[in-house]
Design a protein around this ligand. Structure first.
Ligand SMILES: [Zn+2]
Length: 295
C-alpha cells in the first residue's frame, strides 16, 4: 500500500536559473505502489540502477514519486506549473486520490505564494494530477483557485479532453477541474511552442498526451527544463524505452524521450522533474547506451 509523507511543505525546494526562481511545493509523496504506471520497473530492474537511490528509489527497489507544483518567478511574473490533484475531488480512478484533504494551499501560502498573487497557471497537459488545484470547492461549487490568473492550456490538449466521453473518470476531471475555469473566462488556449515571457516558453513533448508540453526556462545564459510527464520517473532516463501506462501514444512518447534526453545531455540544462521525488532536479549525462541524472 502506498504511504503518504512529507505533505507539510517541509520538502520545499528552490532553484535559480539566472533571474528566474523555481520553487517546489509538494502535495503528496509516495513510495511504492507505482507499478501500475511503469510496469517494467520491477524491483529487480530498479535495484541495479544505483544512482536512483536514495532520492528516486528505496533500498528495496520501490519507486519514490512526488506530486508537486512548481512556482516559477520571472521578473514581474508568478506562474504555477501544474496543479496536482486538489482537494474534495471525486470520481477518480485511483481510490486514494478521491476526497483529499491536504494542506496544499496553506503550504503554497507559507512558501510565500498566496493564491491571489499568481498571475499565470500552466498545465503541461490535462491529466488528473496536473489540473486538480485549478479549482476548489466553495459552497458546493467549483471555483477557480487562482482568481487573478490566466490559465494557459494547450489548444490541442483542451480539444482532446473536451471531446473525451469514453472514460468516466477523465470526464469527471474535465468537468470539475477544467471546465469551471474555462466557463469563468480565465483560459487562454495556446500552441505547443507558446512563449509566456522573455525567459519562459513551451516546447512540444507529445506522446504522453496529444498536446503535452514541457517548459523551457532561459535566463542570463542558464537553462532549465520542467519535464511534465514525458518522463514520469528518473528510471526512464536509464530506460528511455519504458513507457508509462498513461501514455496515449507510447511509441511517440518513447521517441520524444529519446530525442529530449539526447538534447538535454548535449548541454548543461537543469532538468526539473514534475513527478521526481527527493532532489527532483539534476543534469542528464550519457551513461553507456542510455543516460543517468546527476543531482
Ligand atoms: Zn500525465
Amino acid at each position: 500500500m502506498a504511504k503518504l509523507s512529507g505533505q507539510r511543505g517541509k520538502k520545499r525546494m528552490k532553484w535559480r536559473i539566472g533571474e528566474v526562481t523555481v520553487t517546489k511545493v509538494v502535495e503528496m509523496e509516495v513510495t511504492g505502489g507505482s507499478r501500475f504506471i511503469l510496469p517494467q520497473a520491477t524491483y529487480e530492474e530498479i535495484l541495479p540502477i544505483t544512482w536512483l537511490q536514495p532520492h528516486f528509489a528505496d533500498e528495496r527497489g520501490r519507486l519514490k514519486m512526488s506530486i508537486h507544483a512548481l512556482v516559477v518567478e520571472a521578473p514581474g511574473r508568478r506562474i504555477v506549473v501544474d496543479t496536482c490533484l486538489g482537494n474534495d475531488k471525486e470520481g477518480r480512478r485511483i481510490p486514494t486520490w478521491n476526497n483529499l484533504q491536504l494542506p496544499f494551499l496553506s503550504d503554497l501560502a507559507a512558501a510565500g505564494f498566496a493564491r491571489e498573487s499568481i498571475d499565470t497557471v500552466l498545465c503541461t497537459h490535462l491529466h488528473v494530477d496536473h489540473v486538480g488545484w485549478n479549482t476548489m470547492l466553495d459552497g458546493g461549487t467549483w471555483v477557480p483557485t487562482f482568481p487573478k490568473a490566466r490559465y494557459l492550456m494547450g489548444r490541442i490538449e483542451f480539444a482532446h479532453w473536451r471531446g473525451q466521453h469514453e472514460r468516466e473518470d477523465m470526464a469527471a476531471v474535465f468537468a470539475d477541474s477544467v471546465k469551471p475555469v474555462a466557463d469563468a473566462g480565465l483560459v487562454d488556449l495556446v500552441e505547443t511552442d507558446h512563449r509566456i515571457c522573455d525567459e519562459i516558453s513551451l516546447v512540444p513533448t507529445v506522446g504522453h498526451t496529444p498536446g503535452h508540453v514541457s517548459v523551457v526556462i532561459k535566463s542570463r545564459g542558464e537553462e532549465a527544463l520542467i519535464t511534465g510527464d514525458f518522463m514520469h520517473h528518473p528510471c526512464q532516463i536509464a530506460h528511455p524505452e519504458w513507457c508509462s501506462t498513461a501514455d496515449s501514444d507510447p511509441e511517440t512518447g518513447r521517441r520524444t524521450r529519446e530525442r529530449m534526453l539526447a538534447e538535454l545531455a548535449s548541454r548543461p540544462v537543469l532538468v526539473i522533474g514534475t513527478h521526481f521525488a527527493g532532489a527532483t532536479a539534476g543534469r542528464i549525462v550519457k551513461d553507456g547506451d542510455a543516460y543517468r541524472m546527476d543531482v
